[in-house]
Ligand binder design. Structure first.
Ligand code: ADP
Length: 482
């Protein structure tokens, strides 16, 4: 099949979270199944700088917010991709440095509605035909609110390819005003609760849900959770009404990029079927040294992620003083996000300089070293559509401590007595989202950490878990065929 992936970010060009990883690794997995998968992204400045062999395919004039934009379609090459990469080049909208969604002051780009409407219009045009090629997609697979209008625009074309819309995180819904709706020249009949209108404005995420032929989200548990008021962000009614049109397919991880046996970021590589404890310890010591923490036998905990409420950063900050008081554990945190969380964590690190290292920023290098060098990975997310970091930590033999939600519930098996005996345990799961429950789960983990044989067996179960894309890519394939 010919499949066009449309997204607003993709590793290795530009990535702010799990979406970027998925948009990179799922096309590769589908390609291995024999499909021709092509990716289209906005031509952000960083993307243009990281590709070569750019070819100009053609131009369209497409409506933006009360203006018409000259849209250039580029074809690019990158050795990390299986097939073609297309770029939608509108310099006034995308030729900007840094984050694709927010300004350096942390606020959304004020013209985001226009940026992603024009991008979506261009993707819909591509589905009709790409200048200079006779390639036509059978399926257009769109991701998150930034591409939510693609299925909507495509619904006006006959014939048209089928559309799949994947929700990676319901908390970001691309909600804009009626003024935006009018200025963007969207069809007036869409302004209705049945279509894109949503609580006084309109939502591009809702457009994807309503107009796509099928909607997926990134884990089976999250697919169920988002149909309830607790997790539904007010979309639960729309999502319930989708019935069989909504399903959950668990993300996989890229087994080449996240592979402790060949990871170039590590001091020493290792794998489950060879003696690995010494190599993991060498990574731990290198990480402790890099972080300026004292090396020793103390268990090392790690966290990587966006510093936002979703990730339960406040729970970590709240429980750390008690953890430091009652155990010898140390912790390394890598992330960036809300200023208040950044400040809180940095202040804690100043208070406990020998126990806590906080790195504010984004670092692929350090992320790999934390996954490998830590003993435990802490991920107390309040909700987690799928979560990739717990899967990376499993693969690196660093058992995760997680809240029982979304993809965390689907990938982590708690170290209960029975699961330990049956050798199915791969981490630690808690059920109440508060600092005490998190601390209790970490304490439980540390008590098993104190029993080396049991700990080693738990880590090996984690390392051997099937986490690649093969199974899930087959599920997407079956869906496309349907
Ligand atoms: P989300 O998509 O909600 O941010 P995921 O766990 O699904 O969370 O994916 C996060 C991805 O982003 C992972 O690949 C993770 O390693 C990466 N990541 C997040 N923050 C950082 C950071 N500060 N430095 C390096 N990588 C990061």
């Amino acid at each position: 099949m010919n499949i066009l992936f449309a997204a607003s970010e993709a590793f290795p060009f530009i990535k702010t979270g799990g979406l970027g990883d998925v948009v990179h690794s799922l096309p590769l997995a589908l390609n291995r199944l024999g499909h021709d998968v092509r990716l289209v992204l906005p031509a952000y400045r960083d993307v243009l700088a990281s590709v070569d062999a750019l070819v100009e395919l053609g131009f369209w004039d497409l409506p933006g917010a009360s203006v018409t934009h000259r849209v250039r379609v580029l074809q690019a090459h990158h050795e990390g991709l299986a097939d073609y990469l297309y770029l939608i080049d509108v310099p006034s909208l995308f030729d900007r440095a840094g984050n694709p969604y927010v300004h350096s002051d942390g606020f959304n780009w004020p013209d985001n509605a226009e940026r992603f409407t024009v991008f979506s219009r261009a993707v819909a045009q591509m589905a009709k035909g790409i200048p200079g090629t006779d390639w036509h997609p059978d399926v257009v697979h769109c991701h998150d609110w930034q591409t939510g209008l693609v299925p909507a625009f495509l619904s006006m074309f006959h014939p048209r390819p089928k559309t799949v819309f994947t929700i990676h995180n319901l908390a970001y819904d691309g909600h804009f005003s009626h003024d935006d709706f009018t200025r963007l020249a969207l069809p007036p009949e869409w302004w209705s609760p049945e279509y894109v209108e949503f609580y006084g404005g309109f939502s591009m995420l809702k457009a994807g849900m309503v107009f796509a032929d099928h909607v997926t989200t990134v884990s089976p548990t999250y697919a169920r959770e988002i149909c309830t008021p607790e997790f539904g962000y007010r979309f639960e009614g729309v999502l319930q009404s989708l019935g069989d049109k909504l399903s959950g397919i668990l993300n996989g991880i890229d087994l080449d990029i996240w592979n402790p046996a060949s990871d170039e970021h590590l001091k020493q590589t290792y794998q489950a079927d060879q003696p690995w404890c010494k190599a993991k310890l060498a990574n731990k010591n290198a990480l402790l040294k890099k972080a300026g923490l004292v090396s020793g036998k103390a268990p090392l905990l790690g966290f990587i992620g966006r510093l936002v409420e979703q990730k339960g950063v406040d729970l970590i900050a709240e429980m750390l003083p008690a953890l430091f008081k009652t155990t010898d554990a140390v912790m390394i945190i890598l992330g960036s996000g809300h200023m208040s969380y950044e400040t809180e964590l940095v202040t804690l690190a100043e208070k406990y300089p020998t126990r806590l290292h906080v790195h504010i920023g984004y670092s692929e290098d350090l992320a790999h070293q934390i996954e490998a060098g830590c003993d435990l990975f802490v991920m107390p997310s309040r909700f987690e559509p799928c979560g990739l970091n717990q899967m990376y930590s499993l693969r690196y033999g660093t058992p995760p401590v997680v809240n029982f939600t979304g993809g965390l519930a689907d990938t982590v098996t708690d170290a209960s007595t029975m699961a330990l005996t049956e050798k199915t345990a791969n981490g630690f799961v808690f059920h109440d989202v508060n600092a005490d429950a998190l601390l209790a789960a970490i304490r439980r983990a540390l008590s098993i950490y104190g029993k080396p044989a049991q700990w080693q067996s738990l880590c090996e179960t984690a390392m051997r878990q099937e986490l690649g894309w093969e199974n899930s890519a087959k599920k997407y394939q079956a869906l496309y065929k349907k």
